[in-house]
Design a binder for this molecule. Structure first.
Ligand SMILES: Nc1ncnc2c1ncn2[C@@H]1O[C@H](COP(=O)(O)OP(=O)(O)OP(=O)(O)O)[C@@H](O)[C@H]1O
Ligand SMILES: Cc1ncc(COP(=O)(O)O)c(N)n1
Length: 279
């Protein structure tokens, strides 16, 4: 028998193409050495070219999945991905409160405010954006928007790195403890900077930018790596810093698959001499 690992819960949708969503989250949890728990919110019909449709899971079934695993196994950290509807968002908010997940509670809560796939296909009903602002952001230990989500949530268009700070301030006004403004969509530079802020501490996480179209699942993989390291007991700045190094390597090792965009890859973690993500 070996020691029980820490647990990380993902509340997210399924990507039938296996590049993003709950599949990317579980792969990342495994690669980071934590046991993955899942609450499925939606089933997407998706491949490398796009999302061809989705069906959401009834909100009470989403709540029951969270309650059932939290009550039995315990959750050390949790994250959200695709939540699809305002009803699911409101239910997730009430359920995480009930089981002690979220800002100011025992269990850290990473909110990835997924609105659309990288192909531009919607993953969130339009009217649900306000529910992300009012129900999820105040409960977040860390919120991890990409630049499209920053624009949708705050109206701010980040066209250069200097504006990431202003965007973080605007998002902090909705009540999360920390904001990570991801810079993956800021092309035209050899570096790729994500900005982390809690309003007092501002950290620029700089990495190399790889010239590849194959970054499907990059946002989910980063948020899951951060969640896994929060589950292992790291504080937010350290978990995000390790997560950034983890995703940088996963982008470097991404591969083509299908006719469209291929996924980022944590396969490098399987190499026998691979460093632990905390190294
Ligand atoms: N070409 C790249 N090279 C290196 N790192 C990248 C690249 N593109 C994105 N990243 C990193 O990947 C993470 C995800 O960033 P991004 O801003 O693309 O989020 P996202 O749009 O949610 O991701 P995706 O849509 O690809 O799932 C960030 O840490 C970002 O810095
Ligand atoms: C089920 C699901 N969740 C999240 C994403 C976002 O990932 P990406 O931005 O890489 O398309 C996705 N495409 N599908």
């Amino acid at each position: 028998m070996t020691e029980t690992p820490k647990t990380a819960l993902t509340i997210a949708g399924s990507d039938s193409g296996g590049g993003a969503g709950i599949q990317a989250d579980l792969r990342t949890f495994f690669a980071c050495g934590v046991h993955g728990l899942t609450a499925l919110t939606a089933v997407t019909v998706q491949n490398s070219v796009g999302v061809h449709g989705f069906t959401e899971i009834p909100a009470d079934v989403v709540a029951a999945q969270i309650e059932t695993v939290a009550g039995d196994m315990g959750v050390n950290a949790a994250k959200t991905g695709m939540l699809a509807t305002a009803e699911i968002i409101a239910t997730v908010a009430a359920t995480v409160d009930a089981v002690g997940i979220g800002r100011g509670r025992r269990v850290p809560f990473v909110v990835d405010p997924v609105a659309a796939s990288m192909h531009g296909d919607p993953l969130l009903r339009e009217e649900a954006l306000e529910a992300i602002r009012t129900e999820l952001l105040p409960r977040a230990t860390v919120v991890t928007p990409n630049l499209d989500e920053v624009r949708l949530l705050t109206g701010i268009s980040v066209t250069e790195e200097t504006v990431q700070r202003e965007a973080a301030e605007a998002l902090l006004a909705f009540g999360p403890q920390w904001v990570l403004v991801k810079g993956g969509h800021l092309a035209g530079s050899t570096r790729c900077v994500d900005l982390l802020s809690d309003g007092t501490h501002v950290v620029e996480l700089e990495g190399r930018r790889y010239d590849t179209p194959h970054t499907h699942g990059g946002g989910d993989t980063l948020a899951s790596a951060v969640t896994a390291h929060l589950a292992k007991g790291l504080g937010v700045p350290d978990a995000v810093s390790v997560g950034k190094r983890f995703i940088e390597r996963c982008v470097a090792e991404s591969y083509p698959l299908g006719q469209g965009v291929g996924p980022v890859s944590p396969f490098w973690r399987l190499a026998p001499d691979s460093p632990a993500p905390t190294d």
